[in-house]
Design a protein around this ligand. Sequence first.
Ligand code: C5P
Length: 222
Amino acid sequence: APAPVLTIDGPSGSGKGTISALVAERLGWRLLDSGALYRAVGYAAGMAGLDLSDVEAVTRCAQGTKIQFRAAPDGGETRVIVNGHDATDELRTETAGAAASAIASMPSVREALVALQLGFRKLPGLVADGRDMGTVIFPDARYKVFLTASAVERAKRRYKQLKEKGLSVTLAGLQREIEARDSRDASRAVAPLKPAADALLVDTTGMGIDEVVAKVFAVVQP
Ligand code: C5P
């Protein structure tokens, strides 16, 4: 039987990244941060000076970009290596998020990243975090969760996260950017942001991290 998969989808700031990492660690499963792949392609395209609306050029870029995840030696944040360069810091900005969202609307770019994502599915299991994990990439996943939270709370979480990493951002600006990105992700024709029919919906507004982890964990080990 193929390795079990837990998909955790949702909009930006819903807590997917944090929750996925904690649950994967607790289960001893692998982790796929699919957003990092789109961010990496957007970044590589930008570095190559490509026009981010040039579908053919960006698709070739997606096909040719080497993306690696490397565990930090100190147990800290996983590093993302793009064409041999550690781009972790560049990838976390909202500018990188917006570039990712722009190129992620191209079906041929999404197609170029499918095999890479499927390759993460290995025993003992995989926690896959993104927008279309439960709907498109792992429709047969054994466990599916969709996390949401109010727009204000999501902006606040992202604000806190980026501030902690030393980035200069404003809450109002961030909320505007996140709303623009979410509405583009939700309205695109291919793999739009939406819960799988069989996903457990969890509104995390006002919930602490431990509470959300417990809820998600209960899906896998009821
Ligand atoms: O999750 P993260 O904020 O890193 O994702 C960045 C962008 O990548 C999203 O706004 C979305 O447009 C795109 N994405 C996607 N499909 C995924 C994961 C991310 O289209 N599975």
